[in-house]
Design a protein around this ligand. Structure first.
Ligand SMILES: NC(=O)c1ccc[n+]([C@@H]2O[C@H](COP(=O)([O-])OP(=O)(O)OC[C@H]3O[C@@H](n4cnc5c(N)ncnc54)[C@H](OP(=O)(O)O)[C@@H]3O)[C@@H](O)[C@H]2O)c1
Length: 390
């Protein structure tokens, strides 16, 4: 009925409102409905991933936004979650956030951290910044239900109108890996303290594993901050990394790669996107001031030893690598994905200024999402894998 009236009014409703009404009608039809989501019901690996019909998520906080997901990326972290990685800390975070409410239940668990989509409903605290029907992009924190589903709830601070100069698929590929690169460099790497362009210009940064999801974005951000970027990758990725702005690209499989990497130093920062680890970097003797790993032992130690013993081990590991001695010449820092409004705004600016482009390796239909997880498990990625919900 409502649909019919809208059709009659079509010629006199301006285009913007027509598309808005379409979203409203489509959503209304589904409001009491169910949605499809890729979920796990226990830990055990990829075979746990099942396409389920489940309840639509509902807005419970004034700052919540309900989003119809149009596309979402798949990250190594999603695959690790199917195996139970970080489950102790994540469950603690869920309980702390929900204070015993129903939604702190661990299973079924929907994976997926970043999305491009459309706002279909919002809490009363969201205000006019995000409009119904608006095309948006954003992230969901690691302890929340994810977006490998038709709909997701996100906090408005982690949702922005989608940059108009990129497609929905491109937009979905950026936020999670982008906020990891941003937080590792800007927060862990301390670039936030060097806000004057002059203090950042020509600082030397080595990005190990520049060809992956995080590496490709880290290189472009560093160039946007006027820094000198040296990166490593396999030979087939050299051209792509030169194209996105790396100053020096070294094929890590060639014979003299380590020698070249030593000569290119000293590095103000080494960002390790290739899971080399501080011991390997020390053994190879790459001269540097700060080394940042994205594969800290933080969650693994607590998974293996429990909270108390794991935390003690974490403190011990951190101090071991940072205790000043003849051998320890640089700092070792841990980099993480940070669900941050400041970070999302920074990514937004980079993209809108044309300083950050996404490198999408492959797009999978929603029904075939496990194939993307399988591809992640094989490694050797060039850029990102994205799932198209439409
Ligand atoms: N802590 C966090 O919050 C967080 C968040 C995001 C990601 N991460 C971690 O950060 C790492 C990077 O993530 P990602 O999404 O970029 O992964 P990815 O897309 O799989 O990229 C890794 C890249 O490193 C390359 N590589 C592997 N070994 C290398 C080596 N020895 N030297 C140079 N390059 C090498 C790989 O290509 P080839 O093997 O073909 O060379 C691949 O292109 C992953 O280990 C991930 O788990 C952590």
């Amino acid at each position: 009925m409502l649909k019919g009236s809208l059709e009659m009014l079509r010629p006199i409703i301006p285009r913007h409102f027509r598309s808005l009404s379409k979203v409203a009608v489509k959503h209304k039809e589904r409001l009491d409905d169910k949605m499809q989501a890729w979920q796990i019901h226990s830990y055990g690996g990829l075979e746990e991933l099942k396409l389920c019909t489940t309840r639509m998520p509902v807005i419970t906080r004034p700052s919540d936004v309900l989003i119809k997901v149009d596309a979402s990326s798949v990250n190594p972290f999603d695959l690790s979650l199917t195996r139970g990685y970080g489950s102790k800390v994540l469950n603690f975070m869920r309980k702390a956030k929900n204070l015993g409410a129903e939604s702190d239940i661990e299973f079924p668990l929907t994976l997926g951290r970043d999305f491009a989509g459309t706002v279909v409903s919002k809490g009363h605290g969201v205000g006019g910044r995000l409009k119904l029907g608006e095309e948006v992009w954003g992230v969901v924190p690691v302890e929340q239900q994810g977006c490998h589903a038709e709909y997701v709830i996100a906090n408005e601070s982690l949702v922005n109108p989608r940059p108009r100069n990129i497609s929905c698929i491109e937009a979905a590929s950026i936020p999670y890996a982008g906020l990891t690169a941003w937080s590792a460099l800007w927060l862990s790497g301390g670039l936030c303290y060097k806000t004057a362009v002059a203090t950042r210009r020509n600082k030397r940064v080595l990005v190990l594993g520049g060809s992956g999801g995080v590496g490709t974005l880290a290189i472009q951000m560093l160039k946007a901050w006027n820094m000198h970027v040296i990166t490593t990758c396999s030979s087939d990725a050299v051209n792509v990394l030169e194209k996105i702005g790396a100053d020096v690209v070294i094929d890590y499989k060639e014979d003299r790669a380590d020698e070249k990497l030593v000569c290119e130093g000293p590095y103000d920062i080494i960002l390790d996107c290739a899971n080399q680890g501080p011991d390997v970097i020390k053994a190879k003797g790459y001269p540097h001031y700060t080394y940042i790993t994205l594969n800290s032992p933080l969650l693994k130690n607590i998974d293996e030893r429990g909270f108390i013993s794991g935390t003690v081990k974490n403190v011990g590991d951190f101090v071991k690598y940072n205790f000043p001695s003849k051998e320890n010449k640089g700092f070792v820092k841990w980099g993480f994905f940070a669900p941050s409004k400041t970070g999302l705004d920074a990514l937004q600016k980079f993209v809108e200024n044309g300083q950050l482009v996404s490198v999408v390796k492959k797009v999978y239909p929603f029904q075939e999402l496990p194939r993307a997880y399988e591809r992640i498990a094989q490694g050797h990625l060039r850029g990102k894998l994205v799932v198209d919900m439409n």
